[in-house]
Design a protein around this ligand. Structure first.
Ligand SMILES: Cc1cc2nc3c(=O)[nH]c(=O)nc-3n(C[C@H](O)[C@H](O)[C@H](O)COP(=O)(O)OP(=O)(O)OC[C@H]3O[C@@H](n4cnc5c(N)ncnc54)[C@H](O)[C@@H]3O)c2cc1C
Length: 434
């Protein structure tokens, strides 16, 4: 055992420190990136976590917080070495207050568990990122994860009212709380939302819930191509109807997932829209009828499948695309929703020029695409070409009138200064975010 691992073992117990082969699974996430962990430490509570952070600051050792490792941005990968702090033992269900529509859980609780607990109490935790069985609520807060239903309900940050975190030099801090309104001082809870492990390690999260809608009625529309699909999306938004979700898959994505679709796909389909109406039964039926009326002029066929298999299919898209060549380089870009067809075509053109297969899918209602280049992760040259092609997706988004948030120099400077103020020793997830 290395000296470093021995130090950590004194803080959390030897059985909760991993090194060598046992650490390998913690050196990658859902991307093609890999790193090297000097050790992995699994604290059992916030006090142990605080001792680990204090130790890292004292020694100047990099700490990389890790939840389920389902991230699509390499955030949990120890690219500069150091110690991975895995939250899987911080998995306590602290409290569920069904009457007040809230829940407090450890950061390592899986997203799927949060959904299930809410459902068992007739409630809903709306954020639904695709890898819910793998991702943790701490990781969801740290990435401000969304999902199809973020179109109506917002991303994780909109549902996070309080956080307990351990920040350098090893202090436990509680920000926000269980209350729905909390306006004293700066909103430090939402400073941690989306901080990707660069400001501290989230130990516990208090979430706001809502009564589960009585009816959820999905609609799937198959269009001939992205032009027709883009017009259908624009018509839906223009009609003023509020779907709970408004998603798309382009024709290339559809090819990779069509075998698993829970229903019939018409010949000639080259673009798919997934929408959902929810609410009280009458309200959901009315929204569904409005959705159908807006989309039908542009569709080859419209179906109304069961929600559970449909959203399971949608959640499997990213993994199916990974399966095409073994891996992918994905980006996350935003364009004005009425430029969706141009964005889809632009992604394909970038792929053709790079000589690599591409596809895109995402949250059509927000104009949020996940353009992806499929690569063989064992081929470093192909991965490098994939990364180069993926970098061009940002320029494409900007050309189409999209924005890359937080990229303005002043905003970056403010973020870097906040980061230095919280973590002057620079131990928290170096090389990430800012
Ligand atoms: C198939 C699939 C579908 C997906 N769909 C979506 C989607 O629709 N929308 C979406 O937003 N994302 C999506 N994702 C991405 C991913 O699931 C989310 O980003 C998720 O929130 C990451 O959670 P995690 O616990 O796996 O975090 P990790 O991957 O372990 O970590 C992600 C980042 O958060 C930090 N972090 C993790 N836990 C903590 C903590 N306790 N304290 C501080 N920092 C922490 C890490 O350092 C890292 O920077 C998808 C991923 C996959 C594989």
């Amino acid at each position: 055992m290395s000296e470093l691992a021995r130090d950590l073992a004194r803080l959390v117990g030897a059985e909760h420190v991993l090194a060598g082969d046992a650490a390998r699974p913690y050196e990658r996430d859902a991307t093609v990136f890999t790193g090297t962990a000097d050790a992995v430490v699994l604290p059992g509570d916030a006090d142990e976590l605080a001792a680990v952070v204090a130790w890292a600051v004292e020694r100047g050792v990099a700490l990389v917080p890790r939840g389920g490792g389902s991230g699509l941005a390499g955030g949990a990968v120890p690219v500069e070495g150091g110690v991975v702090v895995a939250t899987e033992r911080l998995d306590r269900i602290v409290s569920i207050d069904a009457e007040a529509w809230r829940m407090t859980v450890g950061a390592g609780v899986r997203t799927a568990t949060v959904h299930r607990l809410a459902r068992e109490h007739g409630l809903l935790f709306p954020p639904d990122p695709g890898a819910a069985e793998q991702s943790t609520i701490g990781g969801n807060v740290a990435t401000n994860a969304g999902g199809p239903h973020a179109f109506k309900y917002g991303a994780t940050g909109a549902w996070t009212t309080g956080v307990e975190a351990v920040v350098p030099p090893g202090e436990r801090v509680r920000v926000g709380g269980p209350h729905r309104k909390d306006v004293g001082g700066y909103d430090l809870t939402h400073l941690l939302v989306g901080s990707e492990g660069t400001l501290g390690v989230i130990a516990e999260v208090t979430l706001r819930l809502i009564p589960a809608p009585a009816a959820s009625l999905p609609l799937v529309a198959f269009c001939a191509d992205a032009v027709a699909g883009g017009e259908a999306v624009a018509a839906t938004l223009g009609s003023g109807v509020q779907p709970a979700a408004l998603e798309y898959l382009d024709g290339d994505t559809l090819r990779h997932v069509r075998a698993a679709y829970p229903g019939e796909i018409p010949d000639g389909a080259g673009f798919v829209i997934l929408a959902e109406a929810d609410g009280e039964p009458g309200e959901a039926a009315a929204v569904l009828a409005d959705l159908r009326a807006a989309i039908a002029p542009y569709a080859l066929a419209i179906a109304e499948p069961d929600p559970v298999p449909l959203w399971r299919w949608r959640a499997g898209v990213s993994i199916a695309v990974d399966g095409v060549r073994g891996g992918k380089v994905s980006e996350d870009v935003v364009v004005p929703p009425d430029r969706l067809a141009d964005a889809v075509a632009g992604v394909a053109a970038i792929g053709r020029e790079a000589g690599l297969p591409t596809c895109s899918w995402g949250h059509a209602g927000d104009g949020n695409l996940h353009p992806s280049v499929m690569v063989d992760p064992r081929d470093p040259d192909e991965v490098a070409r994939g990364e180069e092609a993926a970098a061009r997706f940002f320029a494409l988004a900007v050309d189409l009138g999209g924005v890359i948030t937080g990229e303005a120099p002043r905003a970056l400077d403010h973020q870097a200064r906040i980061r230095r103020a919280v973590d002057p020793a620079g131990v928290m997830n170096p090389g990430k975010k800012v």
